[in-house]
Design a protein around this ligand. Structure first.
Ligand code: MEV
Length: 326
């Protein structure tokens, strides 16, 4: 009997500590209620589509169980394809019809690939009747992400699988701790990204090999992150905003704040944000601004005028990935 499942996985923003987390320093990540939906059916061969575009429009065709790519296959879509294929391999599912819908462009800087991976794994596991804990799901998704991406911390996949606000760091092994946050008003802007995350992480590594002092910048980002955890727990938004600005300055030292992002950050601050920073790998992608609700419109306009492709207001974290009734 053919089965059909639908799963939903949240995307994420990094509040503090991106890049430094790759070296084991703490980062704070928040799952956000902007979701990737995956619909899956058992199928004897593999097929992928991503709405609203069809597979044909993306230039990926499956004929007689064989994948054919044409010249229109954008790098982005090929990457999505790799995450889905690798996720199915991880759980030993040989064929499936997979439909993905995303309100965000892939590679937007909000952990879309992690969310695609988590939602595909969750759907695939339901298809084969296997139950796993949130932590196991996060670990499986991280394995997939590492295979496709090369370098990755377990940050994005943990946020999408587990949800809420998490502190992630490495002490021998990777540790995830929940931080209790009910409300955190943020404006998010999505900018064109100059490079993909893997490339940016590798560039930062090379820069650190030349300028070894950057290791201390990473360490300082870790300290700012711990201070931010305390500010989050105390609901001290003013301090949190200042810490965001400091974190962004340190990200600039790592070379991931380009002119566009710097403009967006400064415009958001001028429009009344309490703090603003890159969120994720940088060089475009996501930029976040901490705002009181009455400033949200102005800050969104500031992002729009700085060239954001999309922008939205988020007030609280999302739960982790879940199955939807079909
Ligand atoms: C990307 O969202 C965040 C980075 O820290 C990379 C990672 O943690 O894998 C830049």
């Amino acid at each position: 009997m053919d089965m059909r499942v639908r799963s939903r996985a949240p995307t994420k923003i990094t509040l503090f500590g991106e890049h430094a987390v790759v070296y084991g320093f703490p980062a704070i990540v928040m799952a956000v209620p902007i979701y990737i939906d995956v619909e899956m059916e058992t199928h004897d061969s593999f097929a992928l589509s991503s709405g609203p575009l069809t597979m044909e429009e993306f230039g990926i065709r499956v004929k007689g169980g064989k994948v054919e790519l044409d010249e229109r296959s954008s790098e982005q879509i090929l990457r999505v394809f790799s995450y889905v294929m690798e996720a199915l391999k991880e759980i030993g599912l040989e064929g499936a019809q997979v439909r993905i819908s995303s309100p965000l462009p892939m590679g937007a800087g909000m952990g879309t690939s992690a969310a695609v991976t988590v939602a595909t794994l969750l759907g695939g596991l339901a298809l084969i009747g296997r139950n796993v804990s949130e932590e196991e799901l996060a670990n499986m998704a991280w394995e997939v992400e590492k295979k496709v991406q090369g370098v990755a911390s377990p940050m994005d996949t943990s946020a999408s699988a587990i949800g809420g606000v998490l502190k992630i760091y490495k002490r021998g092994e990777w540790i995830r701790e929940r931080i209790n946050v009910k409300r955190l008003p943020l404006v998010v802007g999505i900018f064109e990204k100059a490079k993909n995350t893997g490339e940016i992480v590798r560039d930062v590594r090379k820069r650190m090999e030349r300028v070894t002092e950057l290791r201390e910048v990473m360490e300082l980002i870790g300290k700012i992150t711990l201070r931010a955890q305390k500010a989050l727990e105390d609901e001290d938004l003013a301090l949190l905003g200042e810490l965001m600005n400091v974190n962004n300055a340190l990200l600039e030292a790592l070379g991931v704040v380009d002119k566009r992002v710097a403009n967006a950050v400064h415009s958001a601050l001028e429009a009344g944000a309490l703090g603003a920073k890159v969120s994720g790998a940088g060089l475009g992608g996501a930029v976040i601004a901490l705002v009181e609700r009455d400033k949200a419109e102005e800050v969104m306009t500031a992002f729009k005028l700085s060239g954001a492709r999309k922008y939205f207001f988020i007030e609280s974290p999302s739960r982790g990935a879940f199955l939807l009734n079909t």
